[in-house]
Design a protein around this ligand. Sequence first.
Ligand code: URA
Length: 210
Amino acid sequence: MSGQVFVIGHPLVQHKLTLMRSKDTSTGSFRALLREISMLLGYEVCRDLPVTMTQIETPLQPMMAPVLDGKKVVLVSILRAGGGILEGMLDILPSARVGHVGLYRDPDTLLAVEYYFKVPQEMKDRDCIVCDPMLATGNSAVAAVERIKETRPKSIKFVCLLTCPEGIKEFHAHHPDVPVYTAAIDDRLNEHGYILPGLGDAGDRLFGTK
Ligand code: URA
């Protein structure tokens, strides 16, 4: 079974992504753009959320109107760069619950090492959206989703800003049941595990740490 990948080709997403890629874009602009793109990606990710009809009264008359059904969605941010996507997703899902997975890439092996894991209770009743801007080697994403699956959420989706063929292949080799939503699939990985042409280190650019 090969997994689903949704590339959000909307012109606003693509324009903002181009600005983010440019090495001349400041930390502040990069942060603001990631937040804006994440709202637009989130709009697509939430397209099939279930709704139920509820009785309300407008100022003019009663009506049956749709509201999101079920328990609140849980957004899981893969630290640290996942926080950039989380902000935009929370702008459109302000009542979502939030979990965090702390993983770092061992610089030699490029494998993911877990140092933090905290998610809300009652995961089994919740749709879960995992956030990380760069699906590169796929190692962190695979490890994070493995950990999240142990909590048995109702569903899992993965949202990133950028990915590459190697990252998608690795991710879906382990999690063919988890759809990936992204703004672009770039050419390839370099020998350091960075996406080319990419945008550099998303965490450093988001937090101004380099
Ligand atoms: N993480 C990043 O921040 N950038 C990449 O290109 C790959 C992984």
